[in-house]
Write a new protein. Structure first.
Length: 215
């Protein structure tokens, strides 16, 4: 069974990890402070565990980056030599400015691509970044009967498969958005979601759904 390592135990990481654990994935949490990881594991239940980041990386197949983008490099630096295929980095981050009003980079580069350059020995897949934590916490991939879409992008087709499996297991419509370069499009989608929900007042029980024929 796939073991999912959640790096960062904030709202998104705690909610995604708890949902995955409820579907019987083995889940481990690591955070800057062990007490945060322990709390996330206890709240998740289903035998989820807290660990230091080295132990988590050693024992996980999918490594979900759910911490702020600005903290990724420092958080992963101690385990750089452990970040190798067949493990997979799943980038859930968005490179936001401090006020969450703009992207720090976009259109000619992306946060996901910068992470891939920093850690070239492990495949990086962009996913789960354009959905509110509240959706994950509610453990519902449907809104008014409409299935939400989670887009994923990456250059390694084999690495994409377990990410797609996790997305679909949670009940989302999984859409392959192409190569990792297309994270340049998915990260602005996350910013749009934030503006719709938190700035324009639509709330956090919203999400994107791709309508298409031929499914």
């Amino acid at each position: 069974m796939t073991t999912i390592g959640i790096i960062g135990s904030g709202k998104v990481g705690s909610a995604l990890g708890a949902w995955a654990a409820a579907y019987k994935f083995k889940v481990m949490f690591a955070a800057r402070h062990y007490t945060s990881a322990h709390e996330a594991a206890c709240n998740a239940g289903y035998m989820a565990q807290a660990a230091d980041i080295s132990t988590l990386v050693d024992n996980s197949d999918l490594l979900l980056l759910t911490l702020p983008f600005s903290e990724v490099e420092n958080a992963l630096a101690p385990v750089r030599d452990q970040l190798r295929s067949p493990k997979i980095l799943v980038d859930v981050t968005t490179p936001l400015t401090e006020d969450h009003q703009h992207l720090k980079m976009g259109y000619t580069d992306s946060g996901a691509e910068s992470i891939a350059r920093l850690f070239p020995n492990i495949p990086v897949v962009k996913a789960f970044n354009a959905t509110f934590a509240e959706i994950y916490a509610a453990k519902k991939a449907l809104i008014n009967g409409c299935r939400l879409t989670v887009f994923y992008a990456g250059d390694d087709t084999i690495a994409k498969e377990p990410v797609k499996h996790l997305i679909e297991t949670l009940g989302f419509d999984a859409v392959d958005a192409g190569p990792l370069q297309n994270a340049r499009l998915l990260e602005p989608l996350s910013l749009l979601n934030i503006h719709l929900g938190r700035v324009l007042g639509m709330g956090t029980s919203i999400g994107f759904s791709l309508a298409r024929t031929g499914r």
